[in-house]
Design a protein around this ligand. Structure first.
Ligand code: C2O
Length: 535
């Protein structure tokens, strides 16, 4: 197989945005970081050298890393951090996947500035299942803080409250001219009339689901999370942190300058964030003096748009790219997602906001869970994560303000090799409803159903789409609603699952699956690489 090598030097660099310069953690001094550009079937070696004063680890979001969780990246789940002055070579194969994914730091909140695109071209001679675009462009949506993010998080932890919101959203690291001192910090993409372009859109924001649109231009969705979809045309897309969406854009309008824009979807009662990042779609030959036109984005609380948009997503499910949805389920899981309040002796008012699955707040271990599993080290985690909530209740009824405390624990769920799993993720109104983008490492899953209110086990499964549901690695569980996913546990190892809102991950909204080894050859976890960072 072809081999592609990358050198990632983690270094601190001064970057100026919104009228201020501040030091940020980068890869090779770039913000956003470099693109990994490969073909399906390649072997990739990324030598990560840490020259910053922070511990580091990098996750290749959406790559399945079959039997090889050692290169998955989440700190204390599959590896210990790469300490200052040390390096680790992430050595992996890109097998059976093509499309847009991304990589990001998976420790503290460092992914605020440490992220980049992964572009996997299909095998030589295998065309896209849609008309070949003239050119393609990566569009990374992110957030920018004027203050040091790690310092803000520490301060927030002391108070037991969320840290300040970001000061801007960004497109390819740039907020665009709606923010102060940002005229120079505006991303522009040049197009020629009559030609078509592929945008690889990635939501790398820490805490916001985003709407994205381009004034005057429809978007044709052709892929999500590196899986081809049945193409459909829309004025705007919705994309959650962790997700990727490929769209085709036809440069069919009067040559001019058009804004592309991204703004949060905020339908939870406590959400308030309407910062709009912009970039420019610039027709060739149009001078920069022409004022761009803004797109109409769905309203921040456009729940109806969100539900309709997500309902349009379908796997392509062609003979070449079939959707192999598990039809029989071996294991039924039901996890409630809750926000709560726990005592916190070191916090200013003695309590802290917290989050839980089935009322369990995940406690990070001191060594990697995959090591503990592989070397059979006792006392690091338990495998008694409950398959369903301890006591069923009216999940989305009135807030249950009494007894918001959660149980702490490093508790995982053990899954038999090659068994099929159905997991219902149910949002709750313990404290407040909110939408949660859930990400599973090591797998894609099929989103077979979703709905508002409480999941109804006697009625809802009959409506599941078992033919061409979207296949992805991150799904938005709707505010006060539920989502049903299915996957076949064919990848042995320890695989993290968490809400991809950084705020919630730091509150403990996470757990992991231990997928046992199979009995056949090539069905067990590979031995760890020699340079795996020690704890
Ligand atoms: Cu993109 Cu565990 O994350």
């Amino acid at each position: 197989a072809a081999v592609k090598k990358y050198q990632f030097d983690i270094q601190v660099r001064n970057v100026r945005r919104l009228c201020h310069a501040k030091p940020i953690v980068t890869v090779n001094g770039m913000f956003p970081g470099p693109t990994i550009y490969v073909r399906e079937g390649y072997r990739v070696l990324v030598n990560v050298t840490n020259s910053a004063q922070y511990n580091m680890s990098i996750h290749w979001h959406g790559l399945k890393q079959y039997r090889n969780g050692w290169v998955d990246g989440p700190a204390y789940i599959t590896q210990c951090p790469i300490k200052t002055g040390n390096s680790y070579v992430y050595d992996f194969n890109v097998t059976g996947q093509r499309g847009t994914l991304w990589w990001h730091a998976h420790i503290f909140w460092l992914r605020a500035t440490v992220y980049g695109a992964i572009v996997i071209m299909p095998k030589q001679g295998t065309p896209f299942p849609f008309p070949r675009p003239e050119r393609e462009e990566n569009i990374l949506l992110g957030e920018w803080w004027n203050k040091d993010v790690e310092a803000l998080v520490k301060q927030g932890n002391k108070l037991g409250l969320p840290p300040n919101m970001s000061d801007a959203h960004t497109i390819n690291g740039k907020p665009g001219p709606l923010f102060p001192c940002s005229d120079k910090h505006t991303f522009a993409m040049e197009v020629e009339q009559g030609k078509s372009y592929l945008l690889r859109i990635i939501n790398a924001a820490l805490n916001d689901e985003l709407f994205f649109a381009i004034a005057g231009h429809n978007l044709t969705v052709v892929e999500v999370d590196a899986v081809y979809t049945k193409p459909f045309t829309t004025q705007a897309i919705l994309i959650a942190p962790g997700q990727t969406t490929n769209v085709l854009v036809q440069a069919s309008q009067v040559p001019s300058r058009y804004f592309m824009a991204a703004r949060p979807f905020m339908d939870a009662p406590l959400s308030i964030d309407n910062k709009t990042a912009t970039a420019i779609l610039q027709y060739k030959g149009i001078p920069n003096t022409v004022l761009p036109i803004l797109p109409k984005l769905p309203a921040p609380n456009a729940t109806a748009f969100a539900l309709t948009y997500n309902a349009k997503l379908r796997s392509l499910n062609s003979p070449q790219f079939p959707a192999n949805v598990p039809l029989k389920v071996d294991r039924h899981l039901f996890y409630t997602i809750g926000l709560g309040i726990n005592p916190c002796p070191t916090c200013l008012n003695g309590t802290q906001l917290t989050a839980s699955l089935n009322n369990i707040t995940f406690v990070m271990p001191q060594i990697g869970l995959l090591q503990a599993h592989y070397f059979n080290i006792k006392g690091v985690f338990r495998t008694d994560f409950p398959d369903r909530p301890p006591t069923p209740f009216n999940y989305t009824g009135a807030p249950l303000t009494a007894n918001l405390g959660t149980k702490l624990g490093t508790r995982l769920s053990k899954v038999a090799f090659n068994s099929t799993v159905e997991l219902i993720l149910q949002d709750t109104n313990l404290l407040s409803v909110e939408s949660h983008p859930f990400h599973l490492h090591g797998y894609n899953f099929f989103v077979v159903g979703t709905g508002v209110g409480n999941f109804n086990p006697s009625k809802d499964p009959a409506k599941f789409n078992l033919v061409d549901p979207p296949e992805r690695n991150t799904v938005g569980v709707p505010t006060g609603g539920w989502t049903a996913i299915r996957f076949r546990a064919e990848n042995p190892g320890v695989w993290f699952m968490h809400c991809h809102l950084e705020l919630h991950i730091s509150w403990g909204l996470k757990t992991a699956f231990v997928v046992e080894n199979g009995k056949g050859p090539d069905q067990s976890v590979l031995p760890p690489p020699k340079d795996l960072p020690p704890c």
